[in-house]
Design a protein around this ligand. Structure first.
Ligand SMILES: [Zn+2]
Length: 439
């Protein structure tokens, strides 16, 4: 048990129900921490802009200590939360300093915040004495982290919040692993606790069956086996409703009671839409891995594509949703021990997936079928692209360069001739993956 590495992090989310008084305290803490974050930012900003100096987190923690001794309002807020706020600022600035050193692209100065919506604290470890029953007078001490949850007989357990006491939490599922930190988040629909736990890494399974997906606008995605996933219907509807909410907001007097009502309604709508999207994406990734029984998922890397494709996309919102999809695919692959890879999408829609020859003239997005003039293959455009993505990944696995013109380079062995063979297993694409040094 000792050499188990706890490196995978999972966050469990639960609704919490603070009382009216508890909520008032929490909101005042949010204001305080926002101010603290902004002043920590200002402190670093002044040092950077006047002398080009970096402020370390230790300096700021010392200042916090002084402030806590001096001012009563600093003492009312838990120190653990203040430290986490300073750490968050530190992390933002570390990224900024790093980007400055690189000197390329945007530096992205950490922004001044009008308000923050979450407070985080780390769970402390304490020493626990364990008596051994068998040996006499042999006391053993172990370091354990305090459990943030007090269990009750019914489902509404209690979450221990420093300086506040216990807050009702709805434990609809149990925690796994070692809880490390808790974040309380204020959303339009209420408060939520995000409990981050550390778990041992899931060992990677042997890659045997692979599937590739091509994302698009007409269909949400097309797999390399020709299955299509429709864009969910709530999509457009949600956009229209958002516009309506914004109109209502614009009509009402800013700062009035009715205006706040409209702001809340809009925020609630956005949260629900985000929830729907998360639900859709999560289920889709699960389906690709578990229901279709694949353990390798390959997708295109949209960040490297030179946005030419994106120019034609009707809505940027769907673009963001794909980024989320790729992120989830990566996370779920890590959690369940699967593989997720992204490849450069260059030319994937212009090349015949059967013979590997490039279409002589550029296919525009309006042409939905790929009709190869060399070998006569007729395939759906997205299906063809998805297959190309799969072959591209397979070539990368074997350590080959993906050559787009030569049929022979891509099909060295007679056994991997593509005629009639479609899945990765049949193609033996991942045979020598396990022996490759990169994995
Ligand atoms: Zn062809």
């Amino acid at each position: 048990m000792h050499d188990t590495r706890y490196t995978m992090k999972l966050t469990f989310k639960y609704p919490v129900y603070p009382t009216k008084t508890q909520e008032i305290t929490l909101l005042s803490w949010l204001d305080h921490l926002c101010e603290l974050q902004n002043s920590a930012r200002h402190d670093r900003k002044v040092a950077w802009e006047t002398e080009g100096e970096r402020v370390s987190i230790n300096d700021q923690q010392k200042k916090l200590k002084v402030a806590r001794e001096k001012y009563a309002d600093f003492r009312q807020v838990p120190q653990d939360m203040q430290i986490c706020t300073l750490e968050r600022t530190d992390k933002a600035f570390e990224g900024f300093y790093r980007r400055c050193e690189k000197g390329t692209g945007k530096k992205g100065y950490p922004r001044h915040r009008k308000r923050i919506k979450s407070l985080t604290w780390k769970l402390r470890k304490y020493t626990k004495v364990v008596r051994r029953k068998t040996k006499d007078a042999d006391k053993q001490t172990i370091r354990v982290r305090q459990n943030p949850i007090r269990e009750t007989a019914w489902k509404h357990d209690r979450l221990k919040v420093p300086k506040l006491g216990e807050v009702k939490i709805y434990m609809h599922r149990s925690l796994q692993g070692d809880p490390k930190e808790v974040t309380l988040v204020k959303k339009a629909s209420g408060w939520y606790a995000h409990i981050t736990c550390e778990l041992p890494d899931t060992p990677k399974v042997e890659p045997t069956t692979a599937i590739a997906v091509d994302v698009g606008t007409t269909h949400y995605l097309t797999t390399s086996e020709g299955q299509k996933e429709d864009n969910p219907r709530w999509y457009r509807k949600a956009e229209g409703l958002l516009h309506k909410h914004n109109q209502t907001m614009a009509r009402r007097k800013k700062g009035s009671k009715r205006w706040y009502k409209a702001v809340h309604a809009s925020a609630l709508h956005q949260e629900r839409t985000a929830n729907k999207r998360k639900d859709f994406i999560g289920k889709l990734v699960y389906k690709l891995f578990h229901h279709y029984e694949n353990n390798v998922l390959v997708a295109e890397d949209l960040s490297v594509s030179n946005m030419v494709q994106n120019k034609h996309l009707s809505k940027s919102i769907s673009d963001a949703s794909w980024a989320k999809f790729f992120q989830w695919a990566g996370n779920i692959a890590e959690r369940d021990g699967f593989h997720f890879h992204q490849v450069d999408p260059k030319n994937t829609s212009q090349i015949c997936s059967s013979c590997g020859k490039k279409s002589p003239k550029k296919l525009s997005l309006a042409i939905r079928t790929f009709d190869c003039s060399f070998c006569g293959t007729i395939l759906d455009r997205d299906h063809n692209a998805a297959r190309n993505i799969l072959y591209k990944a397979a070539a990368a696995f074997r350590g080959e360069r993906w050559v787009t013109t030569l049929y022979e380079t891509r099909n060295k062995n007679e056994a991997t001739k593509i005629s009639g063979l479609e899945t990765a297993k049949q193609l033996r694409l991942f045979d020598d993956l396990l022996t490759s040094p990169s994995l």
